[in-house]
Write a protein that binds this ligand. Structure first.
Ligand SMILES: O=C(O)CCC(=O)C(=O)O
Length: 277
């Protein structure tokens, strides 16, 4: 028996490469988490800003709790089995009336894994709509191999390299509209992107990128994982990332520094330029 997802949702994931929406928590709880993020941004402005939003789950208890949330983990187990580790996280924030966007891409392109058969939950902490710049997906595109990405390094492109797949048939895309407290789940090879936020409020989504079953291994870069469920990974030379005991726990801050450096080395491997995020 599945824990969170219905058989239809699992079939949809296999066929389309995504599922949406799934309620994780109430709208009130999601807005409380948004408030905690904004408090953290103001209290620790050197550590959390537009160029430093990766792996915050290693330093903040309320974000670590989302990574271990029963509904999130239950849905991941339904898709990938009981033994899971988390690779990284990204807080995707688009400021009100800004031009920031995410070009059409496949997550697995630069993650340095042996396969792209892994999944990312994206939890909406504010409304994610056409106006605020929700994610759009090309259904079924996860069944293709990784396409050619052009590294544009475009200023307004939030992706590390501004990597982009050309000639996408946008008319085929599906908008994933989420209320605060709902999540979508997407496959490591699905083609997706998002347009600018034209509204007068921030659009915040927390991407737990990604949950990995034991069949996935890191073939470029160092192995760094947070254990989530089932049997613990035992990769040679692997680093087992600990959960923070309190917000900005010095051990967590140190681990985040190492994990961010490793992530940057992996994502920018072979790139002409390296941005600060
Ligand atoms: O937040 C966005 O608009 C894009 C996020 C994304 O590309 C991802 O989570 O893989």
């Amino acid at each position: 028996m599945t824990k969170v997802l219905t058989n239809e949702q699992i079939e949809q994931y296999n066929e389309m490469g995504f599922i949406s929406p799934i309620r994780v928590m109430s709208e009130t709880n999601a807005l409380e988490i948004k408030h905690q993020i904004e408090e953290a941004e103001s209290n620790f402005s050197d550590e959390i800003h537009a160029q430093s939003r990766n792996n915050l789950h290693l330093c903040f208890v309320f974000l670590d709790a989302l990574a271990h949330h029963d509904i999130v983990v239950g849905a991941m187990e339904d898709l990938m089995g009981p033994d899971l580790a988390l690779w990284a996280s990204v807080m995707f924030i688009k400021e009100p009336s800004s031009n920031h966007f995410v070009s059409w891409h496949q997550d697995g392109t630069y993650m340095g894994m042996n396969s792209n058969d892994f999944a990312t939950p994206w939890i909406a902490l504010t409304p994610s709509t056409i106006e605020t710049g929700c994610m759009s997906m090309i259904p079924g595109s996860h069944k293709q191999s990784i396409q050619i990405h052009e590294d544009t390094f475009e200023d307004n492109n939030i992706l590390t390299r501004g990597q982009e797949i050309q000639d996408i048939k946008e008319s085929q895309s599906v908008n994933l509209i989420l209320n605060p407290g709902e999540m979508s789940i997407h496959h490591g090879a699905i083609i997706h992107g998002s347009r600018p936020n034209k509204s007068n409020q921030r659009r915040i989504g927390f991407a737990l990128q990604s949950y990995m079953p034991p069949s996935i291994s890191q073939i470029a870069g160092q192995n760094m994982w947070m254990h989530i469920s089932g049997k613990k990974r035992k990769d040679r030379g692997g680093v087992d990332l600990a959960r923070p005991k309190f917000d900005m726990d010095p051990q967590g801050v140190e681990q985040r520094k190492l994990a961010d450096e490793n992530l940057s080395n992996i994502l920018y491997k072979g790139a002409k330029t390296k941005r600060k995020y």
